[in-house]
Write a protein that binds this ligand. Structure first.
Ligand code: ADE
Ligand code: ZN
Length: 327
């Protein structure tokens, strides 16, 4: 009954990377269409490749698979594939990350990427009634200047209006939030909101720094915030939401098992926790699969699930009108 509720409750997904929605079947299909050689003879071989020791090893494979994506159709199909799964998981609104630099550095034009993703969002709205927007994530290890140049190029696109915010992802350690203050200032000036992967593989103090220096609206992951009292205090004071992705954290090796994951503690501490998938094709589940895993592990009750659902919508960047429809 609670499992069924986890799937059925209308919810927003706030932490999912478009490129991490590339299911093995779609990966092989697109690679074949684009004449891109992959070292796999079967779906099973692809699945066997999905084993990593840490975030770096995951990212290596993820960026290698991204190379199959070349055309607007590829990007549209990626989002459409996500949407058909998301509809079955009760998703009614999605804010989807994408990594523009992962494509431009291979020579794929930004317009191809954003137009394709936007067409996928349109299909999701038409076929499943799921509203959606994009969040451009920048690859931290490419530095602040590359991110700023890419953001300026995005702002020139006709489809720029589909982008509601910016984020930072990829390698966290060694790239503390303050390095990116000029990027977040540029984004604000363009009318965009800010999120950031922080306190995932990097220290918990990155959460507090992201709030105080960058002024972000949400923290992605943030699961290590418990290591830093100032970060916890800042989250509480501002009521900032965390987009936690439990199955991802376990698959990437941050925690040995789900039982070791701090999500239940963060919920008990009264933080604004949301539960999301991060990369459903890579981490063993879509959003409601994550909810069910957490509910079973930590015995969440009906009220907890209803709170998660309502909060996901409340802390989304959807318009007030859309929120009123969903709440
Ligand atoms: N890019 C895609 N998934 C990511 C994750 N879990 N952490 C950092 N960067 C990512
Ligand atoms: Zn992520």
């Amino acid at each position: 009954m609670r499992d069924e509720l986890a799937y059925r409750l209308p919810k927003a997904e706030l932490h999912v990377h478009a490129e991490a929605c590339l299911e093995p079947e779609l990966l092989l299909q697109i690679a074949e269409r684009n004449g891109h050689d992959l070292p796999y003879a079967s779906i099973d071989e692809v699945r066997r490749a999905y084993e990593w020791s840490d975030l770096g090893a995951f990212l290596d494979l993820y960026y290698r698979h991204i190379e199959v994506l070349r055309t607007e159709t590829d990007f549209r199909q990626l989002v459409e594939s996500y949407m058909s799964h998301a509809a079955e998981q009760g998703v009614r609104h999605v804010e989807m990350f994408f990594d523009p630099q992962a494509h431009t550095r291979r020579g794929v034009p930004l317009a191809t990427v954003v137009d394709g993703l936007a067409a996928g969002l349109d299909s999701g709205a038409r076929e499943h009634g799921i509203s959606g927007a994009l969040i451009a994530c920048f690859i931290r290890e490419l530095g602040v200047e590359s991110a700023q140049e890419t953001l300026a190029e995005l702002a020139e696109l006709p489809a720029f209006e589909r982008i509601v915010g910016i984020g930072l992802d990829s390698i966290e350690e060694g790239f503390p939030p303050p390095l990116f203050a000029p990027l977040y200032a540029q984004a604000r000036a363009l009318g965009l909101l800010g999120v950031i992967h922080a306190g995932e593989a990097g220290p918990g103090e990155n959460v507090g720094l992201a709030l105080s220096v960058l002024g972000v609206e949400r923290i992605d992951h943030g699961v290590r915030c418990g290591d830093d009292a100032a970060s916890i205090a800042a989250l509480r004071e501002r009521g900032t939401a965390l987009t936690v992705c439990p199955l991802s954290n376990v698959r990437i090796g941050m925690y040995e098992t789900l039982a070791d994951h701090p999500v239940a503690q963060l919920l008990r501490d009264g933080l604004e926790v949301t539960i999301n998938s991060d990369g459903p094709a890579y981490f063993g589940g879509y959003i409601a699969d994550n909810w069910v895993a957490v509910q079973r592990q930590f015995d969440l009750d009906v009220d907890d699930l209803v709170t998660l659902a309502r909060r996901s919508i409340a802390v989304s960047f959807a318009t007030a009108e859309r929120k009123a429809q969903l709440l």
